[in-house]
Design a protein around this ligand. Structure first.
Ligand SMILES: Cc1cc2nc3c(=O)[nH]c(=O)nc-3n(C[C@H](O)[C@H](O)[C@H](O)COP(=O)(O)OP(=O)(O)OC[C@H]3O[C@@H](n4cnc5c(N)ncnc54)[C@H](O)[C@@H]3O)c2cc1C
Length: 369
């Protein structure tokens, strides 16, 4: 069986790794000109379902490396005022694993065939049941199964399920990361904190690697090259609804909304890494009607994009990858495997979107406590 995976995000790469491990040929096609073409590095919280799915798709020999490069999050989730006085608590976070998305992506990329600069423009199901994927500026590719793992604006979805479209929640946020120096350890002691300011919220969470990723790879799996990054604080400022940045940089946008804030908070934004700061809008995709199962399917944000405040988008994409891998390796016919996968995925995918939208108000400025 040959599989074309569209999109080198977490879900697509995880699936490709899982299929590679099962001896199934999977080629990944990615729109970006280079794997590192844009901002990708932020902290993700993995729950046991997502983490187990990830492990299930990775070769066993990399499990010790994975365990070494994650971090641990536990403790209270505080609400502080801009002078860092404690004014409340969010629901306590369950103990979780945190991982840097860029580090995870590099691990997942190892050993895969990834064609970059390959933006899918459409596909055709051929008379023999195989699928021909078309790309801007490169030759088409034919496979037995086409998997759209191409994110919230999925080009595969626009053909397979054209009425399933993203909804803009109106929520905008700037996100960045700052090296975790001694000055900032006090800011990020807990699981995560929310600073409730005037019309904005600033969310903080530390990424503390159990072992620095590059060092861990050199010691545990020399065939893997991981980025040379160290502990950092991830910050995200949720802005008033429907805002835009105009000509401001993400740092300027955050700082302009922090007059009178504690100097450590201002320093955190000033010292952030400009290459890893950006403006994001929160859009969701709710899986609509199921289509008739066939040789084209979707996974991850392409079919169930969640709000990041739910902390479950990556977990659900990894779950999809593992479920589809298992279906394809255990179910006799391709269509039955896809049917089985989609039946479960539609249910838990819709639930993931619902949960993430339910969690959104606790973080947005108009609902500060
Ligand atoms: C700030 C932030 C924090 C988050 N925190 C968490 C968290 O703590 N826990 C959690 O579970 N989730 C979290 N999420 C959500 C999570 O990052 C996403 O749900 C997850 O990355 C989705 O993976 P994916 O593979 O489906 O899509 P993506 O990662 O979006 O990958 C899609 C890929 O497809 C490529 N592509 C797009 N169009 C085409 C095309 N036409 N042809 C070829 N390639 C194409 C894109 O370039 C991209 O590489 C967070 C998200 C954000 C933004």
């Amino acid at each position: 069986m040959r599989v074309s995976v569209i999109g080198a995000g977490l879900g697509g790469l995880c699936l490709a790794q899982g299929l590679r491990g099962a001896g199934i040929e999977a080629k990944v096609f990615e729109r970006d000109a280079e794997i590192t073409a844009r901002f990708q590095g932020y902290r993700l919280m993995l729950n046991p379902v997502g983490f187990d799915a990830l492990r299930g798709c990775l070769p066993r020999r990399w499990h010790p490396l994975l365990d070494a490069v994650v971090g641990d999050a536990h403790g209270e989730r505080l609400i502080l005022d801009p002078r860092l006085n404690r004014i409340g608590e969010l629901e306590p976070g369950r103990d979780a694993i945190v991982v840097d998305r860029d580090v995870l992506r590099h691990l997942l990329l190892t050993g895969l065939t990834v064609h970059t600069g390959a933006a899918l423009t459409g596909y055709d199901v051929l008379a023999d049941g195989r699928v021909e994927a078309r790309f801007a500026g490169r030759d088409p590719a034919v496979a037995d199964l086409l998997v759209g793992a191409d994110g919230v604006n999925s080009a595969v979805r626009s053909v397979l399920s054209p009425r399933t479209i993203p909804t803009d929640t109106g929520v905008r946020f700037v996100i960045g990361r700052t090296p975790l120096t001694e000055q900032f350890t006090g800011l990020s002691r807990a699981f995560g904190s929310k600073i409730a300011g005037d019309g904005v919220s600033l969310l903080l969470g530390a990424m503390r690697f159990r072992t620095p990723p590059r060092e861990a790879a050199e010691a545990l799996a020399p065939e893997v090259t991981l980025p040379d990054i160290h502990d950092y604080v991830r910050w995200a400022m949720i802005l008033p609804p429907n805002g835009s940045l105009g000509t401001e940089t993400p740092q300027e946008a955050a700082l302009s909304r922090m007059p009178g804030w504690h100097p450590d908070l201002c320093a955190l934004i000033e010292q952030s890494d400009p290459d890893n700061s950006t403006l994001l809008s929160i859009r969701v995709v709710e899986p609509g009607q199921r289509w008739t199962p066939g040789p084209v399917t979707l996974l991850g944000d392409a079919i169930h994009a969640t709000s990041p405040t739910g902390g479950n988008g990556a977990n659900t994409a990894l779950r999809d990858a593992d479920l589809l891998r298992r279906a394809l390796t255990t179910t006799p016919t391709l269509v039955d495997a896809v049917d089985d996968y989609e039946r479960h995925m539609f249910d838990y995918g819709a639930e993931a979107v619902r949960l993430s939208l339910g969690a959104l108000p606790a973080y947005t400025p108009q609902n500060q406590q």
